[in-house]
Design a protein around this ligand. Structure first.
Ligand code: NAP
Length: 335
C-alpha cells in the first residue's frame, strides 16, 4: 500500500484541522470519506479534501476504500467509533479521550486484545512536541540525576460555554496527565486537587483556576496549574527539578520587538498554533507506521490510564482528600 486512504468520523474543529493537515502537508495519505451527524460540518470537511460524505460512522468504517479511520467526534462517542474500527480490523487514530468512562476505555482495550493485534493510537500529541521530547531525553540520560518534582501549567485564554470543574481535568489537564507520566515512564499513585479563589472571569459551574497535585509510584510530585480563563494567552509550562539541576521546556520562539520604549515577545493564543508542529509529526508518524503495519504511538492502554487518573482527580475535587489511583494490571499485550 503506497497511500493510506483515511475515513474521518467527526468533522468539527479538530476533524477539519486534521483533514486540512492531511490534505496540505501529510505525505502518502488522503482523506476519502467523512461522516458527521452535523451536516454543515460534514460538508465543510468533505470540501477540504474533495472527499465523499458517508451516511454514518458504521458505513464509513466498513467502506472498502477506507484503509484506516480517524475518530474526531464528540468524546462521548469515541469508544463506540473506535470499537467499530476494531471490529472491522482497521487501524484507528482516536483523538483524546479514548472514552469518557473507564468502563468504555476498558471495552476498547479488551476488544483490541481480543483482536490480537494493536490497531489503536490515541491523540496525545504532546508526546510529539519537541520541547517535551527534549525533556524526556534529559530524564532518560540521567545527566541531572533522578527527577524529583515537576511544575507545570496549562493556561487558556478563555473556556468554552458549558465548561465545568470536572471537564478541566478530563478534557484539559488530561494532556499533562499523559505527557508527564510518559516523560518519567511511571504511573501515578495519588491525586489531589486544591481549588483556590476563583477568577472573576469564570462561571458558577467552573472552579478556575485549579491546582492539581499528582504523585508517582516512586514519589515524584507533579503540580499542574490549570487556568482556563487566564485571559493573556495560551501558555504551556513545564519545569523538572532533578537531583543535580533543573530543566525547563523552551518557550515557543517569537522575535523580540523593541518598540515605543518597550521590549515585547508575542505569545500563542490557541492550542492549534502552539502544537501545530506536534500535530504534524503525530499524524505523519501515524500514517507512516500504519502503512508499515505498525502501531507505535500512545495506546488504548495509555488512554485507559489517563482516564483512571482523571477520575481520581475529579473525585478529589469534591472530597478535598488525597485519593489513591488504582489501575488494573497492565496486560502483557501492552508491555
Ligand atoms: P467539535 O468541534 O464539537 O466537533 C465534533 C464533531 O463531531 C461535531 O461536528 C459533532 O456534531 C460531531 N459528532 C458528535 N457526535 C457524533 C457522532 N455520534 N457521529 C458523528 N459525528 C459526531 O469538537 P472538537 O473541538 O473538534 O473536538 C473533538 C474531539 O477532539 C474531542 O474529544 C476533543 O477532546 C478532541 N480534541 C483534541 C485536541 C488535542 O489537543 N489533541 C484538541 C481539540 C479537540 P455536533 O456539532 O452536531 O455536535
Amino acid at each position: 500500500m503506497e497511500e493510506l486512504r483515511i475515513g474521518v468520523v467527526g468533522a468539527g474543529e479538530i476533524g477539519q484541522a486534521h483533514i486540512r493537515r492531511i490534505t496540505d502537508k501529510i505525505q502518502s495519505a488522503r482523506v476519502v470519506a467523512v461522516a458527521d451527524i452535523n451536516e454543515d460540518n460534514a460538508k465543510k470537511a468533505a470540501a477540504i479534501a474533495g472527499a465523499r460524505i458517508e451516511k454514518d460512522a458504521e458505513s464509513l468504517v466498513n467502506s472498502p476504500d477506507v484503509d484506516a479511520v480517524m475518530v474526531c467526534s464528540w468524546g462521548g462517542s469515541h469508544a463506540e467509533h473506535t470499537l467499530l474500527a476494531i471490529k472491522a480490523g482497521k487501524p484507528v487514530f482516536c483523538e483524546k479521550p479514548i472514552a469518557t468512562t473507564v468502563e468504555d476505555a476498558l471495552k476498547v482495550v479488551n476488544a483490541e486484545i481480543a483482536h490480537g493485534k494493536k490497531l489503536v493510537q490515541v491523540g496525545f500529541m504532546r508526546r510529539y512536541d519537541l520541547g517535551y521530547r527534549q525533556l524526556k531525553g534529559i530524564v532518560e540520560s540521567k545527566k541531572l540525576g533522578e527527577p524529583l518534582i515537576i511544575h507545570s501549567a496549562h493556561r487558556n485564554v478563555s473556556s468554552g460555554p458549558g465548561t465545568n470543574t470536572a471537564m478541566v481535568v478530563s478534557d484539559t489537564a488530561i494532556h499533562e496527565i499523559d505527557v508527564l507520566s510518559w516523560m518519567v515512564d511511571e504511573e501515578f499513585a495519588t491525586a489531589q486537587v486544591i481549588l483556590p479563589r476563583k477568577t472573576r472571569h469564570t462561571t458558577d459551574i467552573l472552579n478556575d483556576p485549579q491546582m492539581i497535585i499528582l504523585t508517582t509510584k516512586s514519589g515524584i510530585v507533579m503540580d499542574i496549574e490549570v487556568f482556563v480563563n487566564c485571559r493573556y494567552g495560551y501558555d504551556i509550562q513545564c519545569e523538572i527539578c532533578f537531583e543535580d539541576g533543573i530543566a525547563r521546556m523552551d518557550e515557543p520562539s517569537f522575535p523580540t520587538i523593541r518598540f515605543e520604549a518597550e521590549r515585547s515577545v508575542e505569545l500563542n493564543t490557541h492550542w492549534k498554533d502552539r502544537f501545530v508542529d506536534a500535530f504534524d509529526v503525530e499524524i505523519q508518524s501515524w500514517v507512516d507506521n500504519t502503512l508499515n503495519g505498525i502501531v507505535d504511538g500512545p495506546t488504548a492502554w495509555d488512554g485507559y490510564v489517563a482516564g483512571v487518573t482523571a477520575d481520581a482527580l475529579v473525585k478529589a475535587q469534591t472530597t478535598g482528600a488525597i485519593e489513591k489511583i488504582v489501575f488494573e494490571k497492565k496486560p502483557i499485550f501492552y508491555k
